[in-house]
Design a protein. Structure first.
Length: 183
């Protein structure tokens, strides 16, 4: 985590936070990531962001794999190296293969089941601000209204995160896995 070059604000350590918020940067909370080391400048907001993220992970009827496909689609569409980097391994843990990651990186949805294609297309459109009636209906047809609403919130959350990371030039925590990750 020593790669802080280019960050627009200092990356904080756990001890830089008020004592009441230091628990947010404990390893099991994932707060030691550069994303949170940057957000730590406003610890109350960081706490709310983390709680919202947890709630969104559990919203609707998306599988872990579908949720990761949606996040990866947003990351690719926004060219968010940080988000992509963080979610490549999480996606792999959810069953996304290296070949599928490469296809997502190139906006190629061939080979994915209809439901997964609809989820990725819809998430990307939410992030781009280009949701159309047919895209919405395609996502709702393969899920349900609750899941589309949850997917909308999830994609919006990762759009917000991508913009935050970009605006503050938050560096990737480790060497970037690349848009065409290796096995």
């Amino acid at each position: 985590m020593d790669d802080t070059e280019g960050a627009r604000v200092p990356l904080l350590d756990r001890t830089d936070l008020p004592e009441d918020y230091q628990y947010l940067m404990e390893e099991d909370v994932m707060g030691d990531l550069n994303l949170f080391r940057t957000m730590g400048h406003v610890p109350r907001v960081m706490q709310a962001y983390m709680r919202l993220g947890t709630a969104l992970w559990n919203g609707g009827d998306l599988s872990t794999r579908e949720r990761e496909l949606a996040i990866l689609a947003v990351a690719r569409a926004q060219r968010s190296r940080y988000e992509w980097h963080q979610h490549v391994d999480i996606g792999r843990e959810a069953g996304v293969t290296t070949e599928e990651l490469r296809r997502i990186a190139h906006a190629d949805e061939t080979g994915f089941p209809e439901r997964e294609q609809a989820v990725m297309r819809y998430a990307e459109a939410v992030a781009a601000g280009t949701v159309t009636g047919p895209l919405f209906e395609a996502a709702r047809e393969v899920t349900d209204t609750e899941t589309v609403v949850a997917l909308t919130l999830l994609a919006g959350h990762y759009l917000l995160t991508a913009r935050f990371l970009d605006a503050l030039s938050v560096p990737v925590d480790d060497p970037f896995v690349g848009w065409d990750p290796e096995a």
